[in-house]
Each structure stands twice: as structure tokens, then as C-alpha cells.
Design a protein around this ligand. Structure first.
Ligand code: ZN
Length: 382
């Protein structure tokens, strides 16, 4: 018996409301997963995440391998114990990070050589070594090591990377298959990643090849929101939705703008993650139902309203825009914390609302109304 299961409770069009069960608890889907790259969701305490209803969070294999070291985390009891988060955790493989180091890497069939962004030391990742890193970290869901390319890559480049990712998936699965059952405690689920850029035929081929190669617990959709136009991303999501098994969770990697979550749910996506809410929060940008606002603007100097009048996060329940603006202008760290908290809460709540609409059978109207309101006001930042 697997420690993992996925139950779809309601469908509405292509949208699904489900429950993904892991060894560390359940995740009600669709869900936004907050990103704790370095074993911390920046500026937030695990208690903050629990209070807002976040159920699953991320760590990053590349960053944690470099610092403090995956073996150190293993010796301290694994990622859950290390960061005092007893709920479900997913680790990204580091493929995105390694391939983002433009000019600092050599790709071969065996793997990738790159220089650490911390000290310039030469490092190597292979599918097998990344699996061992993710095993040491001990997350519930571990992502395969894949070859990530820029969003607008041409067909030959995308085909080469996608086919290499499929070969690397087989090596990841073989490495995981060699592990002794229960050797490091709880079971871990290896998710494959569908690549193929913006090329429909490559996406179909990758999805079919992965689907036919094993009985996967869930599926990652990678290589989107990396520079391609949004309509391209939505088109590819529709293609992948039609090719993946309906009874397994689909995780759209690194996509976390509110409009993209709503559009993704409309196309059968169950899980999302992104650094956007915390990164933007540290830069002074807040999500609201009427679009994004930049709290540093002078117009908020005397504004007594909360960031979003419909938001029930602990920042909006207590503080005015004018106060948070003051914190930013004075470089007070509470300002970064409050906007990070609000933005993550906003996305967690957004997916909870989407789930309710799917259960009520009103998700089409709900998502259209939501998008119309969100896009009705010009974006005032970034
Ligand atoms: Zn709020």
C-alpha cells in the first residue's frame, strides 16, 4: 500500500477539487504551495503558514545541497524536522537553478557541471546524485532532475532537452528503485516533469512517453512561465491536460501569479508554487482583488484601508495601507513580513475559493468574474 493517494471529489469542466494524501498529511486541491527555497518561506514562521491554511510547502535541492548541505539536513532529522514543518513538503530538483546559471555550466548526457553561485566551486549534478540529495532532504514529493530551457527555445533545442529529460527520468526512477524500502523513513513519491517548450507535438510526445513509462503518483509540468507569452502557456496547459491521466495530481511548476493560477485551474492543474508572492512582497507589491498595487506610492500616504478589503489575513485585519507604506519608506522589516504574509495568504485563499466554486459547480462563472475584476485596473507596479 502506498502512503500516497489522490481522490477527486468534484469536477467542473476541466477543473478538479481533490485531496492529495501524503505521509505527512493531506493537501486539498487545487492548492498553492509556498516556496521555502532555503528551508524557510522568507519572513514567515511555520505558524503563519498553518494559520492561513497552507498545507504543503517547497524546499530546493540545489540551494540546500550548497548550504547547509543535504547530509547535514539528513543528520538533523530531515527537512521536516529541520524547519519545524510537520506537513507535506516537496523538493524541486534544482534543474531550474542549474540551467539558470547561464554561462556557468556544461551539459552532457551524464549530467551538468556548474559553478556554485556562492563560492564559484565546480560542482556536478547527475540524475542519480540529485535523487540522493532529495533522499537526504526527505521531502514527501521529490521532482526528477530535468533539462530546463528558455521559454522561447526553437523546436530542435526543445526536443533535445525534452528527450534528455525523459532519459534522465528513467535514471532517476532506477536510482529510487535501488533504495531499500523505508530506508530513510517515510515513502517518497518521485514526480516526472513534462517538458517540450511551447511546441505542442513535443509536449504530447513527452506526456505520452512519461505516462507509458510508469504508474506515477503525480505529474510535474515544467518549462512554463519562463519567458513565453501567457496565451502560449495556456495553450500548452490545455494540450498537457488532454494527455495526462485524469486520476493523478498535476503540478504546474514555478507559476504563481493570481491570473495564472485561475487559468491553470481552468485547465486541470491541481498544484502550483512560485516565489512571486514573497519576492514581490519584499519589493512592496501586494496582490489585491482589483489588481496589483505598489505600497510605496504616495497615493497610499493617508490611506486607512487594508491592503485588500476582502482579505482576512492577519495584516489586513490589523493594519492600514498608510502604516505599511510607512514601514517600507522607513526600511522596517515588519513591512516586508506583512506584505509577504498577505501575498501568500492571498494565493492560498484564492485556491480555497476556486475549490469551493468547483464543488458548487460554478467555477466557470467564478473564474471569469474573478479575472474580469482582477484585470479591470491597470497594474501599478513592476
Ligand atoms: Zn491580507
Amino acid at each position: 500500500m502506498s502512503d500516497f493517494s489522490f481522490t477527486i471529489e468534484h469536477t467542473d469542466g476541466a477543473s478538479r477539487a481533490g485531496v492529495f494524501t501524503t505521509p505527512h498529511g493531506r493537501v486539498d486541491t487545487p492548492a498553492f504551495m509556498a516556496v521555502g527555497t532555503l528551508a524557510t518561506v522568507k519572513a514567515l514562521d511555520p505558524d503563519d503558514l498553518r494559520a492561513m491554511g497552507a498545507q504543503m510547502i517547497l524546499g530546493n535541492a540545489y540551494h540546500l545541497h550548497l548550504r547547509p548541505g543535504d547530509e547535514t539536513i539528513r543528520d538533523l532529522g530531515g527537512l521536516h524536522a529541520f524547519m519545524a514543518w510537520d506537513g507535506p513538503v516537496l523538493t524541486d530538483s534544482g534543474g531550474f537553478q542549474v540551467f539558470s546559471l547561464e554561462g556557468l555550466r556544461t551539459v552532457s548526457e551524464d549530467g551538468v557541471e556548474f559553478r556554485s553561485h556562492l563560492d564559484g566551486s565546480l560542482r556536478a549534478f547527475s540524475p542519480e546524485s540529485v535523487m540522493r540529495i532529495e533522499r537526504n532532504l526527505g521531502a514527501d514529493v521529490i521532482m526528477q532532475f530535468d533539462h530546463v530551457i528558455p521559454g522561447q527555445s526553437d523546436e530542435p533545442t526543445a526536443r533535445d532537452a525534452s528527450e534528455r529529460s525523459l532519459r534522465w527520468l528513467a535514471r532517476c526512477a532506477a536510482e529510487v528503485g535501488r533504495w531499500e524500502p523505508g530506508g530513510s523513513g517515510a515513502e517518497q513519491a518521485l514526480f516526472p516533469i513534462v517538458q517540450g517548450g511551447i511546441h505542442e507535438s513535443l509536449r504530447r510526445a513527452a506526456a505520452r512517453s512519461i505516462r507509458d513509462s510508469g504508474d506515477w503518483i503525480g505529474y510535474g509540468i515544467g518549462g512554463l512561465s519562463v519567458g513565453e507569452a501567457k496565451p502560449e502557456m495556456y495553450r500548452i496547459l490545455g494540450v498537457v491536460d488532454s494527455e495526462l491521466p485524469r486520476d493523478r495530481p498535476r503540478y504546474l511548476m514555478g507559476v504563481g501569479f493570481p491570473e495564472d493560477l485561475v487559468e491553470g485551474v481552468r485547465r486541470g492543474v491541481d498544484l502550483f508554487d512560485c516565489v512571486a508572492p514573497t519576492r514581490m512582497g519584499r519589493n512592496g507589491a501586494a496582490f489585491t482583488r482589483d489588481g496589483r498595487l505598489n505600497i510605496k506610492r504616495a497615493e497610499f500616504r493617508l490611506d486607512k484601508r487594508p491592503l485588500d478589503e476582502d482579505c482576512d489575513c492577519s495584516a489586513c485585519r490589523r493594519f492600514a495601507r498608510a502604516y505599511i507604506r510607512h514601514l517600507f519608506m522607513a526600511d522596517e522589516i515588519l513591512g516586508l513580513r506583512l506584505l509577504s504574509l498577505h501575498n501568500v495568504h492571498f494565493l492560498v485563499r484564492l485556491m480555497r475559493d476556486a475549490r469551493t466554486a468547483i464543488r458548487d459547480g460554478t467555477s466557470d462563472a467564478w473564474s471569469r468574474d474573478w479575472l474580469a475584476r482582477y484585470q479591470s485596473r491597470p497594474v501599478t507596479s513592476e
